[in-house]
Design a protein around this ligand. Structure first.
Ligand code: NAD
Length: 437
């Protein structure tokens, strides 16, 4: 199959590279020329484990190339995936689908022969209908099918998720498109990849329903964590105790500083807007959004309490800036809100992240960036663990104790058993560790 991926970001690049690795011929298109030039040189613009090697091997094999020339690429393709961003629209929180529609207009002008146009971007219900309308209006002669195929990969584990998905959802009822999409995913299908065909609108909604459910699950355990702190219970044990129940499952039950990232915040908000417009409000998700928004600043208050009620003129060291480990993505990362709230209260912030510092420099002001946890901990009155990178899982507490002004660990990911940290003379605060005052 000749596949074109429009948008070489986290989703487009990973999907395109994995399709090439399955043996398809793939061209990744992006309108940011520097990104394409970097990819041609073999430089990967994002951090995603394993991606560098896969780009190199498939480029060397001649199955993968990069271009800014959308017209030419689309004219060549059997299947064109749209994987551009759909951020929250400023002001009202609806998904901004303007990049998707712009891509549709460009595809319409360039498509030649039967072409399947697939929206891989997360888009509100009805977007594929509009994409189809735009293409037919722009080029009435175009022989196309428009298909929905939402992506469920997780940053940080994207290649494994793409190659071994729990399911592949494909929204189309057109036999020609079903045949093409089956062929596109055939290498996975042989490997028992469950291909699930449904109507286009259903497919579009599946993505939002999945993300909203997961966001709700995280928010649920976060509220249980708060209750644990009041009642003297331990949220990690509550999570284990309920997670053994297969109806509940043990995933997404880690209490923390609130969900962030490039998907959950914008997708929950977009679903709330879609539901309200459809006169079918989703109160559960409205509440999830509100609880999560408040939680990030509440985490700053936790740090302030751990510092005796004030952080003014105190150095606070923040470990981890990205919204989760193994990515450089800072979009809606809890660390950004927590740092801002601490600065609002007069704290002096030092921070370290293995992959996120270049991006963070552009987003944060008055932050001292250090080269490792020990460098930023020097003279600090609290060390706040916000993102659970592997390299933060075995900190040398003796060394930290010697360098910090006040040995104080605020562990917002419950990485450490409190007793272990206290043994080193530290004051420890975790999440939902009520039995442990
Ligand atoms: P991203 O911002 O990393 O990448 C989007 C890319 O599209 C950018 O490189 C941009 O330059 C390019 N682009 C925009 N308009 C273009 C055009 N007309 N022609 C060519 N290139 C164009 O975004 P992302 O994180 O990859 O997300 C893409 C979509 O996938 C979103 O809808 C998102 O919700 C969804 N999604 C993301 C994830 C994730 O983990 N990031 C997971 C599942 C689904």
């Amino acid at each position: 199959m000749r596949i074109v991926m429009i948008g070489a970001g986290y989703v487009g690049l990973v999907s395109g590279v994995c399709f090439a690795d399955f043996g398809h011929d793939v061209i990744c298109v992006d309108n940011v020329a520097e990104k394409i030039e970097a990819l041609r040189r073999g430089d990967i613009p994002i951090f995603e484990p394993g991606l560098h090697e896969l780009v190199k091997s498939n480029s060397d094999a001649g199955r993968l190339s990069f271009t800014t020339d959308l017209q030419k690429a689309v004219g060549w393709a059997d299947v064109v995936f749209i994987a551009v961003g759909t951020p929250s629209r400023r002001g009202d929180g609806h998904a901004d689908v303007s990049y998707v529609y712009e891509a549709a207009r460009q595809i319409a002008r360039a498509a030649s022969g039967y072409t399947v146009v697939v929206t891989k971007s997360t888009v509100p219900v009805g977007t594929c209908d509009e994409v189809e309308r735009i293409i037919r209006e722009t080029n009435p002669d175009a022989d196309i099918s428009v298909v929905s195929n939402p992506e469920f990969l997780r940053e940080g584990a994207a290649i494994g998720d793409f190659k071994r998905p729990d399911r592949i959802v494909v929204g189309t009822e057109e036999p020609r498109a079903i045949a093409v999409m089956t062929e596109v995913y055939r290498p996975l299908h042989l490997n028992q990849g469950p291909l699930f065909f449904c109507e286009r609108r259903t497919s579009e909604l599946i993505k939002y329903a999945a993300n909203a459910f997961l966001a709700m699950k995280i928010t649920f355990i976060n509220e249980i964590a708060d209750l644990c702190e009041r009642l003297g219970a331990d949220v990690q044990k509550v999570a284990r105790g309920i997670g053994y129940d297969k109806r509940i499952g043990d995933k997404f039950l880690h209490a923390g500083p609130g969900y962030g990232g490039s998907c959950f915040p914008k997708d929950t908000l977009a679903l709330v807007k879609t539901a309200s417009d459809a006169d079918s409000p989703m109160r559960l998700i409205e509440t999830t959004v509100a609880i999560n928004d408040n939680r990030k600043r509440a985490m700053a208050r936790k740090v302030i309490a751990a510092c005796g009620g004030s952080v003014r003129h105190k150095k606070i060291a923040v470990l981890g800036l990205t919204f989760k480990p193994n990515t450089d993505d800072l979009r809606d990362a809890p660390a950004l809100t927590i740092i801002q709230a601490l600065q609002d209260h007069g704290a002096e912030i030092a921070a370290y992240d293995p992959e996120g510092m270049a991006g963070a420099r552009a987003l944060l002001s008055d932050v001292e960036f250090g080269e490792d946890p020990y460098a930023i901990a020097a003279g600090a009155e609290a060390l706040v663990l916000v993102t659970e990178w592997d390299e933060f899982r075995a900190l040398d507490f003796r060394r930290l104790h010697a360098t910090m002004k006040v040995p104080n660990l605020v562990d917002l990911r419950n990485v450490y058993p409190p007793q272990e940290v206290r043994r080193h003379g530290f004051h420890y605060v975790g999440i939902g560790k009520g039995g442990d005052r």
